[in-house]
Design a protein around this ligand. Structure first.
Ligand SMILES: Nc1ncnc2c1ncn2[C@@H]1O[C@H](COP(=O)(O)OP(=O)(O)O)[C@@H](O)[C@H]1O
Ligand SMILES: [Mg+2]
Length: 245
């Protein structure tokens, strides 16, 4: 008998509302989503439909108004704030549209930071591992540069290195190529795919590009805060088989 790894991400009946003067404004309703270990899923949908909110809930950065979220088998709502932070540092990597590197740290230091924060490696050991990781994103020669001394594409390569250096179960990427020209976006996307394949991380990626979405295992679409499944990949039987279990 094989032991199934836990889902990288499971969302059940997830809801989220903003509370304002006029009452609660629903942003997400009844969202169910399951990403198996290593599965790569695109989220499509119009601006304002709730895609980023879903990623924030998956990262435990917002608290759902309804429903529950599990990351790599642990329910976020069962954890204290501190435990949630630790889980995020160990199990998650996040890639933003606007890179969000720490401006006062070099490329190498940005990549080493998650290792230190998660308590995986410190000092020279963290630097050594970050050096290897920086080479794997093609930036060996730029380890000592600060973010403002790097191009947008290079900054996103550093951000991908940082998101994956601790081999998290799940990568959340919010329009990671949205600020890049199409050639740079293509090479950054290819790098992201290579890196998640190397670590076995699952990937949940918001994108407006159907050409990029088609290269993942499947696409879900957000419409007015509700998630519709579509385009379940059948060419590759890995995930089709799992869906009937
Ligand atoms: N701080 C906030 N207060 C109230 N409404 C918000 C806030 N942040 C986002 N929203 C609303 O939540 C909805 C979903 O936003 P978001 O998840 O960012 O959408 P997307 O990423 O799909 O563009 C939008 O209608 C947006 O206006
Ligand atoms: Mg968004």
């Amino acid at each position: 008998m094989t032991i199934q790894p836990p889902s990288a991400l499971e969302c059940r009946s997830l809801g989220f509302s903003y509370r304002g003067g006029a009452g609660a404004t629903p942003v997400l309703q009844d969202v169910d989503l399951d990403l198996q270990a290593g599965e790569r899923v695109a989220i499509a949908g119009e601006s304002g439909s709730g895609k980023s909110t879903l990623l924030h809930l998956a990262a435990g950065l917002e608290t759902p108004s309804a429903g529950r979220v599990w990351v790599n088998g642990t329910e976020l709502g069962s954890l204290s704030e501190r435990e949630r932070t630790l889980l995020r540092r160990r199990e998650l990597g996040i890639v933003f549209q606007a890179f969000h590197l720490i401006p006062t740290l070099t490329a190498l230091e940005n990549v080493a930071l998650p290792l230190e924060l998660a308590g995986i490696a410190r000092g020279a050991a963290a630097r050594e591992r970050a050096t290897t990781q920086l080479a794997s994103v093609g930036l060996s020669g730029k380890a000592d540069r600060y973010p403002e001394q790097l191009s947008g594409g290079e900054q996103q390569r550093v951000a991908i290195g940082r998101a994956l250096v601790h081999q998290p179960a799940l990568i959340l990427a919010d329009e990671p190529t949205g600020n890049l020209d199409s050639a740079t976006g293509e090479s950054v996307f290819r790098l992201l795919l290579e890196q998640v394949a190397a670590t076995g991380s699952a990937l949940l990626m918001v994108t407006h590009s159907s050409a990029l979405a088609e290269r993942l295992d499947r696409t879900v679409r957000m419409i007015d805060g509700r998630l519709l499944a579509q385009d379940r990949a059948t060419a590759d039987g890995r995930f089709a088989a799992g869906s009937t279990a």
